[in-house]
Design a protein around this ligand. Sequence first.
Ligand code: FES
Length: 123
Amino acid sequence: MIQTPPSADRLAAVSFWFKAAEVSAFPENGGACVKYQDQQIAVYHFAKRNEWYASQNLCPHKQQMILARGLIGDQCGEPKVACPFHKKTFSLLTGENLNGECYHIETYPVKIEDGYVYIGLRD
Ligand code: FES
């Protein structure tokens, strides 16, 4: 079951699903970091909306590995994460910087199957 329906192009870009961890490993309405090879990926359980998201853990503002500890919320319906350091915010759907700055983050499709969280990645 796909929890957060990604766009067709995002799904088409997935070459494999990384089995990250059990659902219970992630806090409700918060995030946690998982590692795939040398990549740190922030996974967010947006329980208030019954949705899951994933993004790079690196905040591009000051190159801090921190986004999994960011605050999640929404801006006019757009799910977002705010970096805990300087509150730069990013869309969890597109990775766009919602402060209007030019940097953005990578986001990944997430699905939940048999109690496990899977992240859609590319080779
Ligand atoms: S390091 Fe994330 S907003 Fe500055």
